[in-house]
Design a protein around this ligand. Structure first.
Ligand SMILES: *[C@@H]1O[C@H](CO)[C@@H](O)[C@H](O)[C@H]1NC(C)=O
Length: 267
């Protein structure tokens, strides 16, 4: 993983959803036949066809080794600090970052929150930059959706890895599949939730970061019968890994990226 990152500086990881939509049959041929108090749990897409509301989740297993095997996961909280009333300032609030190093697995069960934001860094606490920051990479999430299903629902028990958007576990060769080895029909005995709930130590250890990207899908007529691709991506970006911007003066990869200076069109 890291060799890929070092080659490209930023590991950009894109997924695309496409294919044939999940639909169910109905006796209705037009929305105006549907009683007002009846919910279709989907959208009328064509005569006798309803596209069913559903979610998609894609989990990325990130076996991080930032400048060595032993790494820590840091929740870098962005917080508001309020100006104390004695201070004679027109400013009432300002921002600060509070770094919380996750000591055990449960401290790294992360749910994204727009009004309580964080950056998620994987650092090597044993290696620092010239000015003293631990070298790291951060997980920059893409489009995200969280599962709204009840945790005791059979599909949610099997897909319990969607209970959080980020998890961090100590590296273990046997813990490879977020939904367990047998994804179908299981009762959630053997999956990321179960492993992570053991709450093992993860500070300054060989760790694995699990990031789950989610999509809610309320089908629309344009998705039928074959969907245009819905895509999203996330980045692994260096954060205090390099001493300075490492891409300055690096030539563009492809010729068409070069700035083209042409004389103004002759009259
Ligand atoms: C590694 O994973 C397996 C399966 O979850 C578990 O039985 C075992 O105890 C784990 N080992 C450690 C050291 O956590």
């Amino acid at each position: 993983m890291i060799s890929l990152i070092l080659c490209s500086l930023i590991g950009s990881n894109q997924v695309g959803l496409s294919g044939i939509l999940m639909v169910k049959g109905t006796s209705y041929v037009n929305k105006n036949e549907v009683p007002e108090d009846e919910n279709l749990y989907g959208t009328m897409l064509s005569e006798n066809v309803i596209g069913v509301i559903h979610d998609h989740y894609v989990t990325f297993y990130l076996d991080m080794d930032v400048d060595g095997a032993d790494n820590s996961f840091v929740n870098v909280h962005i917080k508001k600090e309020e100006t104390s009333p004695e201070v004679n300032s027109p400013r009432r609030s300002f921002l600060k970052a509070v770094r919380e190093v996750a000591k055990t697995e449960k401290e790294a069960q992360i749910k994204f929150q727009l009004y309580n934001p964080s950056e998620f860094h994987v650092v090597n606490p044993g290696k620092t930059t010239r000015v003293g920051n631990p070298v790291g990479y951060k997980v920059v999430a893409g489009g995200t959706a969280a599962s709204l299903l009840d945790h005791s629902d059979p599909p949610q028990m099997r897909g319990a890895f969607t209970n959080n958007q980020i998890w961090v576990t100590p590296y273990n060769r046997s813990e490879e599949w977020a939904g367990g080895l047998f994804a179908y029909q299981n009762h959630g005995e053997e999956n990321l939730q179960v492993w992570s709930d053991r709450d093992r130590e993860i500070e300054n250890k060989d760790i694995v970061v699990w990031y789950t990207m989610g999509f809610h899908h309320i089908p629309c007529q344009e998705d039928f019968p074959i969907m245009p691709t819905v895509s999203s991506s996330f980045d692994l970006k260096p954060v205090n890994f390099f001493e300075r911007n490492p891409i300055l003066r690096i030539p563009p990869n492809v010729e068409k990226d070069l700035p083209v200076c042409k004389a103004a069109a002759s009259a």
